[in-house]
Design a protein around this ligand. Structure first.
Ligand SMILES: Cc1ncc(COP(=O)(O)O)c(C=O)c1O
Length: 375
């Protein structure tokens, strides 16, 4: 079976690419102004000390997301090229320490694939409560509980009360808590200060943060890995196998985009996603045999569930014929792909006109199917 990223690669130059969660909407006016200033940022990045640029970038990015207690000043937040690179290094550190990982199910398949290449991974079902998830991890022999919050593709968030529960349980059962928070920018419910709780508890933790889902700047992005003291040396060493440093220009760019988002850009982005979600939901309400899942979700992707797996496949193929690419959800269910067979995922970080076009095409596809079955 092809991975989600392989399917996303096939769609990268499609007329309508609604597959990947990478932002592809038009820049806002203030973002375009930042892009026009790239030569100025380049000149700044070429002469200033890397440590200063990194500090300013991390301060701006983590503040934007409400993560005021992240251990930046203590040197325990590392910058990397992307969140997958962060996950690779974390997987290497876990493997070196002989860890087994309990990973959320479903979630983005590359988290499973990168981990499972080097260590054993057991599924932790998303429908379970925190106590049950921890029990499943312990019974599966895991020493790490790995959650994605907000989750891709379901948008489920670990709230503050639940995070407190996880911290208590991880301390009790001697587990490391590992979070991928790549989608946190979309959901204010994921922007309470996680590090305040984690740092004061003494729990072993690793968090992967990501700028790459927020701003449509042609893959100029950063991942960050924040670690508790316990993991510092191993993660730092694993990262040194991969990179010397990120680009100072990208640090300056992410700093500027973070500041712009703090000055109102974040709300604009959240409004775009919410409008796009509403356009799809309103249209789907008038259709039979398909419904929108995850009503509480605020992330930049949306799941549609069809009456049958055959119908989901047929609709995806019909959309494809019109140049419109969306993702199947089988691969998110990395432990049991059959659970995702009736579901398609649509990317919402797109211009409203692209989403309108998807909706019109979806209505056409579903209506012509109905006519065929009547004839
Ligand atoms: C939850 C999550 N983490 C990590 C990644 C990987 O991001 P990147 O391809 O920018 O490394 C993705 C990709 O969509 C994702 O959904």
């Amino acid at each position: 079976m092809q991975s989600l990223t392989e399917l996303e690669q096939l769609a990268i130059d499609a007329a309508f690419n609604l597959t990947d969660g990478h932002p592809r909407q038009t820049l806002t006016t203030s973002q375009a102004t930042i892009v026009q200033r790239l030569p100025v940022l380049f000149a700044e990045a070429a002469v200033r000390p890397l440590a200063d640029l990194e500090y300013e970038c991390k301060e701006s990015f983590f503040s934007l997301l409400g993560q005021h207690s992240a251990p930046i000043a203590d040197g325990r937040v590392f910058s990397v090229y992307s969140s997958s690179v962060a996950t690779m290094a974390v997987a290497a550190a876990f493997a070196e320490s002989g860890s087994r990982v309990g990973l959320l199910h479903p979630t983005f398949d590359n988290l499973h694939d990168l981990m499972n290449r080097v260590l054993p991974v057991v599924p932790i079902e998303e429908g379970l409560r925190p106590t049950e998830r921890v029990r499943a991890a312990v019974e599966g022999g895991a020493s790490v509980l790995f959650l994605t919050t907000p989750n891709n593709p379901t948008g489920q968030v670990v709230n503050e009360h639940e995070l407190r529960e996880y911290v208590t349980l991880c301390l009790e059962y001697d587990l490391t808590l590992c979070l991928d928070t790549s989608f946190r920018g979309f959901d204010p419910r994921a922007q309470f200060d996680h590090y305040s709780l984690l740092e004061s508890s003494g729990v072993r933790y690793i968090i992967v943060e990501d700028s790459g889902k927020l701003w449509p700047v042609l893959e100029m992005k950063l991942g960050f890995v924040a670690v508790s003291r316990h993991w510092r040396k191993q993660v730092e060493h694993a990262l040194s196998d991969i990179l010397l440093s990120v680009s100072p220009l990208v640090l300056a760019l992410v700093r500027e985009l973070s500041r712009d988002s703090m000055a109102g850009g974040m709300q604009k982005m959240q409004q775009l996603i919410s409008r796009n979600r509403r356009i799809v939901s309103d249209a789907v309400r008038s259709l039979s045999d398909v419904r929108v899942l995850d009503e509480e979700a605020r992330v930049s992707v949306l799941r549609l569930e069809f009456e049958s797996s055959d119908l989901a496949t047929e609709v995806r193929e019909e959309l494809h014929l019109t140049g419109m690419h969306v993702l199947p959800c089988d691969q998110f269910h990395w432990s049991d792909p059959s659970q995702g067979r009736r579901t398609l995922r649509i990317a919402l970080s797109r211009d409203e006109s692209v989403i309108q076009r998807l909706v019109t095409t979806l209505i056409d596809v579903m209506s012509s199917r109905k006519l065929e079955s009547v004839a």
